[in-house]
Design a protein around this ligand. Sequence first.
Ligand code: BG6
Length: 468
Amino acid sequence: MQSPPTTLIIFGATGDLTVRKIIPSLYFLFENSRLPANFSVIGVSRRDMSGNAFRDFVAGVLTNSSRGNLDYRSLDRFLDIFTYSKVEFQEEAGYQELARTLDMRDRSHGKTNRLLYMAVPPTIFPTIFAHSGFKKIIEGGSVGGLLARVIVEKPFGEDAASAQSLEQLLSTCFTEDQIYRVDHYLAKDILQQIVDFRFANNLFEESWDKDAIESVHIRLWETLGIEKRGNFYDKIGTFKDVGQNHMLEMLALATMDAPKSFDAQDLRAERIKVLQKLRPPQEKDMATHAFRAQHEGYRSIEGVDPNSTTETYFAVRAEIDSPRWSGVSIFLESGKRMHEARKEIIVTFKKPFQNTITFRIEPREEMIIEFMSKKRGIFEEGRKKREFRFSLHEMDAGKQYLAEYGKMIIEAIEGDQKLFLNKEEVAAAWHFTDPIINAWKKNLVPLASYVPGSDEAIHSFTQNPNML
Ligand code: BG6
């Protein structure tokens, strides 16, 4: 498919998200010849900057992130696609100017589809969206039957109510098919694999239900801590940072019903359906079915409240209230500063032998099937546990991130929403998350503590027989 000619307009062009992810992943796409032929980028921010200064800024970002491996000849060609437009977010003039620039380009170079990347905090959206010049930018951005589109990043609110307000705000400027809500986990290769593994084979799908399966365990352990994000993280905690989004998407992919087709609409419909059936523990079970802990030393990190009760580890036992899954234990568990990096989905089958199928993101992207076999050798008796392993192409961790972001940008350019969240998916995720966070606020689940780099947190909850 020929990608439509596109102008990417980045709001927040000198901010953290642009520096860490958008510029490096655009360069990754460029280096791998994956950018559309007719593609350009307009950086937008409040800073007073010339086009040249912005291109220098982009070059600086890549020089810093490439650790000396930058090809300066191709860099110049890459920089050619960037221009800059100053917009003071409170003032109408900048938007009008940008709308004029875009219209002039359309007239001189042919129309391009407009893809807006909102790389600014959602608190600034109301200011931006209120301007008629901003609406002009969107309205003038339709080409060949495609509508202008917008990419937005989490957090999508901080609970169900604020998420709904954000949606209302987005809907003042965009329709649902124009909105591309990022969850970069959906772009992870091994997670995309799940859909094919489950629905392109009839190997396990027949027994992919409560009759055969005992539990589904979603794990996201990180050895990293919160780094320099004290201010941000302390207001959020692990459950909202990765549980409410990435881990629920992992669960959705592992447990959704077969979609009617593999198009965005049908795939997303099935993800939504299963998430809407996900049930948090009831309040009376909270103390045994939910667990939270904070690592020692967390409170002295810069930006963190010295009396903070924010969790850096959580575990929740949930259920999916559907004929297919009722009674199957669903575990979600994640922590910072864990003893090892391990991100995976483990599907455990019922006895006799509790076979497992693991979809693993870290330490390596792979799929592992454990099974019982007779010991090798004609005269041998007894059984031994064995496994089939399927590893995906290995990319170093830095590149992986760029590929995931790059893939999402390409899908947004092409107008395919399957790797993006639908608003109902986000709402369902909050309806699951809110009661647990509220129980924590009421201290129905006491906050435990663990030593960074140890597996203490895990033991504290696994010792509770009701959790397992
Ligand atoms: C982000 C969280 O959304 O996901 C981070 O804010 C977390 O705290 C990260 O570390 C994990 O993503 P990945 O791709 O490194 O597994």
